[in-house]
Every structure is written in C-alpha cells, then in structure tokens.
Design a protein around this ligand. Structure first.
Ligand code: MNH
Length: 553
C-alpha cells in the first residue's frame, strides 16, 4: 500500500514520518514553521519572508545596475558584506553533515558515514507510491528515448546567447569530473571520488596513481618535451588507469590524472596546463625554499594548485556563468566568524544538473582546420600537433551551445537518455519539489516553464501535470533567465552545492588558510592573484591571447 508520505504533505522542510499504514506526522523542528503540515510561519519568519526579495528579483538586481555594483565592488567593506551573504546564504541551503542517500527515504547512519554514496538533497520518493513522482502525473513516465528525440536532439546548433566559448565548456567538464564520479558498476547512487575539490583529475584518484605521475625530483610531475613544450608522459611510460579504446595508437595515449581525459583534446589541454602550472609553482617554491626536499615541494605545490583552482572557479568561472555585475571574490576569511562546516558531500542531484552537454558545439576551428566533435574524440594529440597556444585560441573563438532543449549533439544523446533513466531509478522527486527545497516558488504550468506554446502542449500530453515533471527533463526544458545562460532552477539549485563545495574545502579553514601552509607569502600570493588568463599565459609559449570564457566581440 502507498505511504501517506507519497504526497509530500510536509511543507517548508518539515519531515514526513508515517504513523502506521495510513497516517503521518510532520516534524517541523527548526523549520521556523508550525501547523499540521508545517505550513504556518512563525511571527519572525513571516517578517523575514516579507523582507526577502524573491530569487528573481535578486537575480535582476545582481545582473543590472552596473553603476551601483561598480561602487560596491570598489569598497572592500561593501563587497565583503555582499560576498559573505553569498557564501552563507548559499551554503545554508546544503545539509551538512549530509542527511540522505538514494537507498533510504529517511535519515540513516549510512548517509553520514558511507562515502561510497552520493548524498541526496531530497530523499527518494517512497516505494509503491501511486505514481513515480509520488501522487502527481501519470502512472508511467514517457519513454526516455521519446523525450530525447522530441525535446533534446539538436537539429541545428543553437549558440549560447551570452557568448560562452568552448574554453568555458571544457572548463566545466574538466573541473567537475574531479568530483562527479559515478560508480556505474554499483549503480547511479554510488561514486568513487573524494566529494570535493581534491584535484584528483590532475594527480590521480589515489596515492598509487599519484606516485606514477610524480617525477620525485624537485616536487615536479613527470613530463615529456615535444616541439619545445612540456606534455604529460605517454601511458606506456607511466602506467596509470586510462580508458583509451584499443584503436588509439600507443603514441597518442597519454598518462593523465583522470582516466577519461584522453576522450577530448579540450580535457587534455586543461590536464596539460595544470601539470605545467604545478611544475612552475615548484620552481617558485624551490627558489624560496632551497632547503625543502622533493616531498615538501610537491605537497605544498599541490595545496597551491587547489587554492588556484578555487580562486579561478569563483572569480573567472562562476563570475562568467552568473553574469553578475557584482564582482565575486574568493576570501575564506569572511567565514571565520560565523558557523561553517568544513566538510562536503557530493549530491547526485548536483551531478545530474551538471550534465551540460548542450554546451558542446558541432565543430572546432583550430588554426584554420575544422574538426567535428567526432574528429575530436580520443585525439589528445591534436593539441600537440597545433601547439598549445593555437589550440587555446581555437577554444576561445568557438562559441558554446545554448543550455536548453533541442541542443544535444547526437554523440551526447545517449548520456541524456541514461541520465533521465538514472533519475527514475534513483526515484528523484519532481522538479517542483526541488524548487521548493531551494527556496523557489513551484512552477504553475508547462507554459510558465518553457515560455513556448508548442513545447508546453507536448510536455503536458506526456506528463499530464507540472508537479509530475521529472528533475533533469524539467531543467533542460526551462526557459533561460534574462541575461543568463541557464534557467532559474539550474542556477538556484546548483549555486548552493557549488558554493558549499568550494568554501568547505579544508584549505579554506582557519588552520590552513594562512601563508605558512603555502610556503610563505610568495605561495599564498600565487593563490590570491591566480586567474584564468595567468593560468594559460604563464604556461604557454608565444603571445598571450586575451583569455576569457566569452568569445571575443
Ligand atoms: Mn559528459 C558523463 C560523454 C561533454 C558533464 N559524459 C558522461 C558520460 C559520457 C559523456 C559517455 C558517461 C555517462 C554514462 O556512462 O552514463 N560528455 C561526453 C561527450 C562530451 C561530453 C562525448 C563532449 C563531446 N560532459 C560534457 C560537458 C559537460 C559534461 C561539456 C559539462 C559539465 N558528463 C558530464 C557529467 C557526467 C558526464 C557531469 C557524469 C559523470 C559521472 O557521474 O561519472
């Protein structure tokens, strides 16, 4: 029989607890709401809610009024105030310690202690509910292949309206693959990663891989010189786990920190740049600390690389994707006088919403030669052939795809289909449940979701009820916000996971975040002045191009 919790009666974060077979109670503890279904705000909460601008209004303020933000950005006291709000408000949306897994719709010790699980922001729909989404929508969901064909397949490339480029698309993919690591053998609720920014995509998944990639000389990673540039070693000389198909010739198989980074030259480009940056940092540290041995240089350089990564992710990458006129900053010290948990667990919903395959364009122009996505597959050698500088320029000039429906490259369609199927297997709650969980008003109709009559009609026919719309499909179908590369759900659900993951890194904690951890002021300064532009320009030959996540005008 169906659980009375199938209709998710408890509002505002209240927890539904069954009482026998057909009753339930809502636990409203610390939700600031009361009543049978936690539906009534306390007096204080009512005032807070009345004062808080809606998420849509906040987005509007942040992406407009450049003169206002110029003033805020100029004065550190104002800028720090806003940035602290960004950190604390976004982090507060993420449960820490984590609460749920995909195997339990109630709190368990497993959720806290079993690191093999991705965590969950919302527990799975209880078993044996009237419909897959609880009580809403049809008894059976439309076939995933039908959805892919009707709504996701790219007919003609649609460019991102904000001008994002392929350097951005590959940054997203390479950065997130260090912590989105589904353990498909165990199932879509399991993972084999380290739950955060651990730079395992550069140094390998464990100590064994790391040791193979290290040179054990001056702290550096192993490289080989080709055409006067440093590149990662060949797999035959550094036998780490890699997933090259046998058709890839041995001389094109390189040893990288992540087993899948041989898949695309864009990933190989980032892998190479980070290896060069690590070795560059080792040189700087060696000059400061001639007394340090290889191990000390290596370990400290690795911490600096983590710091640079977070700095660049916040100040270049999130800055670009948010399109805020407020200048985001990486300042861990802003959290030192407020409660903050320096621990993180990757949520499987975060993984799903980060399936940004529409960003992939159809082709890439590298110094005059046009490569399709297919031409790119398992061809890391193309970066070497054209040289790092020419390859990077090609990525900068290539427009990325718009993050929406009808824009999946045919070669990524099977991933979209599997993602939808995994969401069902994991019994994800509906998109509207997730919107409420992350402080957004539920969407009232398919027309409101898509802003398009035809799409709305087709979706209505397939799903029957907007409250029965599944998570990933909803995200892909949502209309983009004004002046944004995503819809509101993707940003407002992804933002908290992202901020929490970045700012709960151990290097952001008070005992780590000081000069001595990074070899002194010189090392600390490398982190605090890191930028996307410097990352590339310090590590490639030739004139420094204007490195950015946007195509040049
Ligand atoms: Mn991509 C997983 C192919 C670009 C984000 N991607 C996968 C998988 C394949 C794949 C295959 C494994 C899925 C499965 O086995 O079920 N991805 C591609 C290809 C391209 C690509 C061929 C480009 C061409 N991917 C991108 C981009 C992003 C991205 C760009 C942007 C962030 N992909 C993901 C994420 C996963 C994934 C996230 C999930 C990884 C995991 O959970 O292990």
């Amino acid at each position: 029989i169906a659980s009375p919790c199938c209709s998710f009666p408890c509002q505002n974060g209240g927890v539904c607890l069954t009482q026998g077979y057909d009753n339930y109670i809502c636990d409203c503890t610390s939700t600031e709401f009361y009543g049978e279904n936690c539906e009534t705000p306390t007096f204080i909460k009512r005032i807070k809610l009345g004062l808080r601008p809606s998420s849509e209004t906040q987005h509007g303020i942040l992406t407009n009024y450049p003169w206002f933000w110029a003033v805020v950005n100029y004065f550190p006291s104002l800028s720090n105030f806003v940035m602290k709000k960004v950190y604390t408000m976004r982090s507060a949306m993420v449960d820490s310690p984590p609460t749920y897994t995909s195997d339990h719709s109630y709190i368990t010790w497993e959720a806290a202690a079993n690191l093999s699980y991705f965590t969950r922001a919302l527990p799975p729909v209880p078993l044996d509910c009237p419909t897959p989404l609880g009580v809403w929508g049809k008894k059976t969901l439309p076939d995933a292949q039908v959805i892919v064909n009707m709504f996701l397949r790219r007919e003609k490339f649609i460019p991102d309206p904000m001008g994002s480029n392929a350097l951005f698309a590959f940054f997203a993919q390479h950065f997130t693959h260090q912590f989105f690591k589904t353990d498909f053998k165990r199932g879509p609720g399991f993972q084999w990663g380290g739950h955060g920014v651990d730079v395992s995509h550069i140094y390998g998944k464990d100590k064994g891989v790391e040791n193979i990639l290290r040179s054990f000389n001056n702290g550096k990673l192993r490289v080989q010189e080709i055409n006067g540039e440093d590149w990662p070693p060949l797999l035959e000389n550094a036998n780490v786990p890699m997933t090259y198909p046998p058709s890839v010739p041995k001389e094109n198989q390189f040893a990288l920190g992540h087993k899948d980074y041989g898949l695309l030259p864009g990933l190989f480009m980032y892998a190479t740049i980070w290896v060069r940056e690590h070795n560059r940092v080792c040189d700087v540290l060696k000059k400061e600390h001639p007394e340090w041995d290889d191990e000390h240089l290596f370990q400290t350089a690795k911490l600096i690389i983590i710091g640079e990564t977070i700095k660049i992710v916040i100040e270049d990458y999130v800055q670009h994707l948010s399109n805020y006129n407020f200048k985001l900053t990486f300042k861990p010290e802003l959290l030192f006088d407020v409660p903050h948990q320096y621990q993180n667990r990757i949520a499987v919903e975060f993984n799903h919403l980060y399936h940004w395959h529409p960003l992939m364009p159809d082709s890439f122009n590298i110094s005059g030669t046009v490569y399709t996505v297919k031409d790119f597959m398992f061809r890391p050698d193309l970066v070497i052939k054209h040289g790092m500088n020419n390859f990077v320029v090609g990525m900068i000039k290539q427009r990325a795809g718009r993050m929406s429906h009808h824009n999946h490259h045919p070669l990524t369609l099977h991933v979209a289909k599997e993602t939808i199927e995994h969401g069902r297997q994991l019994r994800f709650q509906s998109l509207n449940q997730y919107r409420k969980r992350f402080g957004l008003p539920p969407i009232k109709s398919f027309l409101e979701l898509t802003g398009d009559e035809t799409l709305a009609k087709d979706l209505e026919e397939l799903y029957g009820d907007i409250d029965g719309l599944e998570f990933y499909v909803g995200l892909m179908m949502e209309k983009l916000r004004h002046k944004a590369i995503f819809g509101s759900s993707l940003i407002e659900i992804g933002g908290p996971f992202s901020v929490k993951g970045l700012m709960s890194n151990p290097i952001c904690s008070p005992k780590y975040w000081k000069p001595s951890t990074f070899g002194g002021e010189v090392g600390f300064n490398i982190i605090q002045t890191a930028s996307l532009k410097k990352l590339f320009c310090n590590n490639m030959k030739g004139d420094c191009p204007s490195v950015s996540f946007r195509v040049p005008d």
